[in-house]
Design a protein around this ligand. Structure first.
Ligand SMILES: [Zn+2]
Length: 413
């Protein structure tokens, strides 16, 4: 009936074993639609469902038809936490630390830690940083990631932090993967200043400049022993809020210092790491609606002494987001591997891990139209070469991604 009123579309994905909408609808938590099709017009999803139903409301004349060949269709992954843009490489440190202590590594003349990357990043040009970051983004896209949160924090001067955020902007404009830019001048204290003087510079010089230039959405701080105190973090995040930057925080990663309670008090978009968070910290975060970001691959890379039981996070009622934490200290681009580790290592179910990698991560990034497939959502999706979510989780190290669609356009495969 009413064929004339059917909505014209540009793209139709058919042949899926199942479409995982992750939009909170349906009989299960991930919105599994067995044998579903996805119709896209422009950069948005217009309909999802059984093929006969969708074809009754859309007009596919002239549309590109993509055959999922019996694989899963899922939302593109949102990587909720990365330090994507940096100069130099810490591969020698990583290799040495597999069998040596930090002190033994330094004694060999190998530069270590965030400040080693700061030195290399300050020496790098925008072109150098782009050249290094693009292959990382390519690798992320090949693993199904369509949106990446990317933090500054290896410049630690006004000019070098701006340089990193400019690279974020250029990458967002030029690469198929979308970037969400986070200012993190308070990542470490630079060698030329003491901590309180540096916090003052972040608050009074860096944040106003970043905000003035519109280079970031979020403001983040490394609140931990040996980095910034909760008092410092409050100053930085409140200055960010005053300048229009939404707060995020690295909290309770190596010690419990109070970052989680600060995140709850300030209403942070996310609290990230949380290895040492107590049950009352988790309850406060859940009560305040702060998303908790889980990063199994960095805990693997640093062989973290306090593994996370994320079943406690879900029991506390937290929204969970997943990230790779791609950074110089732990080079990881694969969200499928992060999901596999989150399930086996952190106690999430396949459904919980997928939601964390899609809708949960989008929530942590303030992108409600992303990370789910529903009418009106952004048409970011991926097609896998396996028939079920469980097959992907089962095959450790397997990259299931065969095709990626970003804003309605096929950008991979
Ligand atoms: Zn981080």
């Amino acid at each position: 009936m009413n064929g004339l009123q059917r909505q014209p579309i540009d793209l139709l994905v058919v042949g899926a074993s199942e479409v995982l909408t992750c939009d909170g609808s349906g009989d299960d938590s991930i919105g599994r639609v067995v044998g579903g099709v996805v119709a896209v017009a422009g950069d948005s999803v217009v309909a999802i469902g059984p093929e006969s139903e969708v074809r009754s409301v859309v007009d596919p004349t002239g549309a590109r038809v993509v055959d999922a060949l019996g694989g899963v269709v899922a939302p593109g992954f949102v990587d909720a936490h990365t330090h994507l843009v940096f100069g130099g490489s810490r591969v020698r440190e990583y290799a040495s630390r597999l069998t040596r202590t930090k002190e033994e590594t330094i004694a060999l003349g190998i530069p270590v830690g965030i400040l080693a990357t700061v030195e290399a990043t300050r020496a790098a040009t925008v072109a150098d940083l782009m050249h290094a970051a693009v292959p990382r983004l390519d690798e992320m896209l090949a693993h199904g990631t369509t949106t990446v949160e990317s933090k500054s924090g290896y410049g630690l001067t006004v000019a070098d932090e701006i340089k990193l955020l400019e690279v974020n902007r250029l990458l967002d404009q030029s690469h198929a993967v979308q970037l969400v830019s986070t200012f993190m001048g308070a990542h470490d204290v630079p060698p030329e200043m003491d901590r309180s003087a540096y916090v003052e510079q972040v608050v009074s010089e860096q944040i106003p400049e970043v905000a003035e230039r519109g280079l970031a959405v979020f403001c983040d701080v490394f609140c931990d022993e040996g980095y910034f105190t909760p008092h410092d973090a409050r100053r930085v995040l409140e200055a960010g809020l005053d300048a229009g930057l939404a707060p995020k925080i690295h909290a309770e990663q190596y010690a419990r210092t109070g970052g989680a309670l600060l995140a709850a008090e300030l209403g942070c978009a996310s609290a990230d790491h949380l290895n040492f968070a107590r049950t009352d910290d988790l309850a406060a975060l859940a009560e305040a609606g702060v998303t908790a970001v889980l990063m199994p691959l960095i805990d693997f890379a640093v062989r973290h002494p306090k593994p996370i039981d994320a079943s406690r996070w879900s029991e506390a009622g937290l929204t969970i987001a997943l990230g790779t934490d791609m950074c110089p200290g732990g080079y990881a681009a694969s969200m499928p591997l992060a999901i596999q580790f989150a399930c086996r290592g952190n106690g999430l179910s396949p459904e919980q891990a997928l939601l964390a990698a899609t809708a949960g991560a989008a929530h942590a990034c303030g992108l409600e139209g992303h990370g789910r497939l529903a009418a009106g959502a952004v048409a970011d999706l991926q097609i896998w070469n396996v028939a079920t979510l469980e097959d992907m989780v089962y095959r450790t190290g397997h990259n299931p991604v065969r095709q990626v669609i970003k804003r309605g356009k096929v950008v991979l495969g």
